[in-house]
Design a binder for this molecule. Structure first.
Ligand SMILES: C[S@@+](CC[C@H](N)C(=O)[O-])C[C@H]1O[C@@H](n2cnc3c(N)ncnc32)[C@H](O)[C@@H]1O
Length: 270
């Protein structure tokens, strides 16, 4: 289990630099502000799902709850937003109180490898840049398939490296950060999704947006280093500055991307 976000320093860093959206944005130009692009990413991902007040969405790895609030407010759907990070769940709950989403969104602690929910419960399973943390992605997808109703949609965006392009020291850095020996590329994701039983409807390569987003995040971090030095352990700041610099370079070199997948559980399963 990746408890990266439970470190109070890391939690502070993410909430300060990434804000409530710990996911990439879709940019019309590199001059656009991060929140404009992250909001656009959510809207694009939601577009084909036909969500309404009759829909019940399960979000896994919900971060600070921004997407759950967005979906409820935009579509009036019910959202069960789950996470293993108690720090993020507490933030998400507090941030939702008093918002229009409050009566529609519920937050619960749940590991996406073993969901404590009945089979065929949800109309949509939403996983935005959280699958990257799983040491057993086929198990996560198998759980997604189980809890979705027949005809239900799985929507995924994820930070995905391009393993064939990575140099040996870059492979080591990725393995070290994500505590995994297997570094999967977009084609592996597509195969895993289909192997779980889903019909893969669409894959979009959003690599160019990852490059813009990573550079912007790094610039924001570097601008705030003097302030953050007073708030964080030096090792937390140094470790994250180092990996975020490396990821910005890898993204600019086309070695780190961001991909979107839309899949559907068939109406009749055999
Ligand atoms: C990069 S953040 C993305 C958060 C959110 N989806 C967003 O886009 O703002 C990754 C999220 O995955 C969650 N996560 C990591 N491992 C998990 C697991 N085993 N089960 C559920 N959530 C997990 C983390 O706690 C974190 O909230």
């Amino acid at each position: 289990m990746d408890l990266h976000y439970e470190d109070p320093g890391v939690d502070r860093l993410y909430s300060r630099i990434w804000g409530e959206d710990i996911h990439y944005g879709i940019y019309k130009s590199a001059r656009e502000e991060i929140p404009v692009a992250t909001q656009r990413a959510k809207a694009i991902m939601a577009e084909p799902l036909r969500l309404s007040e009759r829909s019940y969405v399960l979000e896994v790895g919900c971060g600070y709850g921004a997407t759950a609030r967005f979906l409820a407010e935009q579509f009036n759907c019910r959202v069960l937003a789950t996470n293993i990070s108690q720090a993020q769940l507490k933030y998400a709950q507090d941030a939702t109180v008093g918002t229009p989403a409050a009566s529609l969104v519920q937050f619960e602690e749940a590991d996406y490898h073993e969901l404590p929910y009945e089979s065929s419960t949800f109309d949509c399973w939403w996983c935005q840049e959280a699958l990257v943390h799983s040491p057993d992605k086929p198990q996560v997808l198998s759980e997604a398939f189980r809890v979705l109703k027949p005809g239900g949609y799985a929507v995924i965006s994820d930070q995905i490296f391009r393993p064939a392009k990575l140099l040996p020291d870059e492979i080591e850095a990725v393995r070290d950060r994500y505590q995994t020996s297997a570094i999967l590329g977009p084609a592996d994701y597509a195969a895993m999704i289909q192997h779980a039983g889903f019909e893969l409807i669409e894959h979009r390569d959003w690599q160019k947006h990852a490059a813009i987003h990573r550079r912007k995040i790094l610039e924001r971090l570097e601008a705030l280093i003097p302030e953050l030095q007073a708030e964080l352990e030096p090792t937390t700041l140094e470790r994250n500055h180092k990996s975020w610099s490396a990821w910005a370079t890898l993204a600019e070199q086309g070695k780190l991307g961001f991909d979107y997948f839309l899949a559907r559980k068939p109406q009749i399963t055999v």
